[in-house]
Ligand binder design. Structure first.
Ligand SMILES: [Zn+2]
Ligand SMILES: [Zn+2]
Length: 122
């Protein structure tokens, strides 16, 4: 069962499929992460690749709900960032490939918005 996208904005970024799968920097073609298809409701991801290019990916769906900001942190299991409530795998970010990023991801099952930032000092 496919979902119907509402907003999809990819800047300097390529996704392997319509709304999930491997994510690539379009400038250097390196993969920078993996977005799980079924578990997120909204994604906002801004990053700077190690090649110097900045990119972003913003996606949501026709049936996405307005999430609620959570103060909890995503947990890491097998390299995946997962919802701390239901442990749904949401996204993998290959931190070795990118220098800075900011992530907001809404979990589809609990409707919480999780934030994660990584700002590398010079
Ligand atoms: Zn790059
Ligand atoms: Zn959740």
């Amino acid at each position: 069962m496919g979902r119907v996208l509402k907003n999809k904005q990819l800047i300097n970024t390529r996704l392997a499929t319509n709304y999930g799968g491997w994510m690539y920097c379009e400038k250097c073609n390196e993969n920078i992460g993996y977005l799980c298809y079924q578990t997120y409701d909204r994604l906002e991801f801004n990053y700077q690749c190690k090649c110097g290019s900045t990119g972003s990916a913003t996606l949501d769906f026709e049936d996405s709900k307005i999430g609620e900001k959570s103060r909890d942190e995503l947990i890491i299991a097998k390299n995946r960032l997962c919802c701390p409530k239901g442990h749904d795998p949401l996204i993998t970010i290959l931190e070795k490939k990118i220098s800075n990023y900011e992530l907001y991801i809404t979990c589809k099952s609990c409707n919480q918005i999780y934030q994660k930032k990584n700002i590398e000092k010079e």
